[in-house]
Design a protein around this ligand. Structure first.
Ligand SMILES: Cc1ncc(COP(=O)(O)O)c(C=O)c1O
Length: 446
């Protein structure tokens, strides 16, 4: 029997109150009325794979704090380490054993991480990676891809949102859409924009701009237009092309790191980036970012003439560092057996949802594998890039679908640009509940 979770009176009251003090009643547009058509659901508590809102409704959570909660909510080991650590003080902004222990574990899991610098968010990590790349190469230009999101630092804020397909311009010279006001247009003079997953297009663009590039940055799996996988050999090709033109290859693993494999997508796909950025799952719910790579590049952060500046009161936050050590120990125990479980649970959700859509004759695909996937309402067999997403994904239908799931005990963001997350806390029962709710919703969405 499906339990209805659509009594949200207290959520509505708090949302009204929040709007008096907070812009749009939230702290990021992705949490507010731009996405949640009837206003946000105000969450109060979480445990394992479940969250509860202010009205006491219980949901299976498939958003998992945009992927940060790789161990689910309030994992007893994380709760324990946080409680023990904070009893001795929160943070000293000084050298601690905690930061060394966290860095050692990261290096152990990520083969290209000879050394590491911690930041407080993924945005800070990609910001720092770009500064390092510019210092290392002596060049200023950056190549980013349409539809990729690397945080909200100025030069990355280009074509991060979808736009009507007929406005996207030619592949070799895409129309440029800044994502934000308040960024000088001169910032984008240093940004080369390219379509993703298309070798011919990038080769043409590089012939023109390759020699000016400090870096090519890419997400290994496109996670901000849903879940779009790289074509066979594409990531290696990008890495080779970057090197051919003397640019660094930055792999932004803020979403994928510690999720697909102990060493992230670089391990899964067998590529060796010059710099990698991490965040989200690394901190198991605590604010974190990291840049990892060889000493030859990261040592530019050393104090002295010609150094790359990176300060931060909260860098290497002691509480987060202890959480990281515990989190990475859990993820790498039993030779990473937990990844088998995440993949199996995720794959069963993907095949189960596909079957529901097939049986219910709903034109939809479920794209991705294991820990992360997305549903696209489309007649296409696959979504390969930003342009496909802009043209063929019925994002309004997806929003209606997820809003209906929210009324049936499934928590997920209604934004089609994000992705479903499987954590170590998800179990087959959670997938069963999802499939039952999805089947019920398929009867009503058009
Ligand atoms: C691929 C990618 N890079 C960087 C970021 C920025 O991370 P943060 O939100 O921690 O600043 C995000 C955030 O969603 C992301 O998806």
């Amino acid at each position: 029997m499906l339990v209805r979770t659509d009594n949200r009176q207290r959520s509505c009251e708090w949302y009204a109150r929040a709007q008096q003090s907070l812009v749009e009643g939230v702290n990021s547009p992705s949490r507010g009325s731009a996405v949640y058509l009837h206003g946000p659901i105000v969450l109060e508590r979480g445990r394992g794979s479940r969250v509860w809102d202010l009205d006491g409704n219980e949901y299976v959570d498939f958003m998992m704090s945009f992927g940060a909660l790789i161990q689910g909510h309030a994992h007893p080991k994380i709760v324990e380490v946080v409680s023990q650590t904070i009893a001795d003080g929160s943070h000293f902004a000084a050298a601690t054993s905690a930061e060394t222990e966290a860095a050692e574990r990261l290096r152990h899991m990520v083969p290209t991480a000879e050394t590491v610098r911690f930041t407080n968010s993924g945005s800070e990590a990609t910001m720092l990676a770009l500064r390092l790349a510019r210092a290392h190469t002596g060049r200023t230009k950056l190549l980013k891809f349409e539809g990729h999101y690397h945080g909200w630092y100025d030069p990355y804020c280009l074509n991060g949102h979808s736009h009507p397909a007929n406005q996207l311009g030619p592949k070799e010279n895409p129309t440029r859409f800044p994502d934000s006001e308040g960024i000088p247009s001169s910032v984008f003079d240093d940004v080369v924009l390219a379509p993703w997953n298309d070798v011919e297009a990038i080769e043409n663009i590089l012939r023109q701009h390759g020699h000016e590039l400090a870096a090519i940055i890419t997400e290994p799996i496109m996670a901000n237009m849903g879940c779009i996988l790289p074509r066979e050999g594409y990531l290696q090709k990008l890495c080779d092309l970057a090197h051919q033109y003397g640019a660094l290859f930055i792999l932004d693993e803020v979403v994928t790191g510690f999720r697909y494999a102990p060493g992230g997508c670089q391990q899964y796909y067998g590529v060796k980036p010059d710099l990698s950025t991490f965040g989200k799952a690394l901190g198991a719910g605590f604010p974190i970012g990291a840049v990892a790579g060889p000493r030859a590049i990261l040592d530019r952060l050393r104090w002295g003439d010609g150094m790359v500046l990176h300060y931060g009161t909260f860098n290497g936050h002691r509480l987060t560092m202890r959480v990281i050590a515990t989190n990475l120990d859990m993820l790498s125990s039993d030779e990473g057996a937990v990844y088998k479980q995440i993949h199996a649970v995720g794959d069963s959700a993907i095949s189960g949802l596909s079957e529901v859509f097939r049986k219910r004759k709903v034109a939809a695909i479920v794209q991705g594998f294991g820990p992360m996937f997305q549903i696209y309402f489309t007649n296409r067999n696959a979504i390969y890039d930003y342009r496909d997403y802009c043209q063929y994904a019925d994002t309004a239908k997806y929003s209606r679908f997820v809003h209906a799931l929210l009324d049936r005990g499934i928590y997920m963001t209604p934004s089609n640009g994000l992705h479903w997350i499987i954590s170590t806390a998800h179990a087959p029962l959670d997938v069963e509940e999802l499939l039952r709710a999805a089947d019920d919703v398929c009867g009503e969405i058009r």
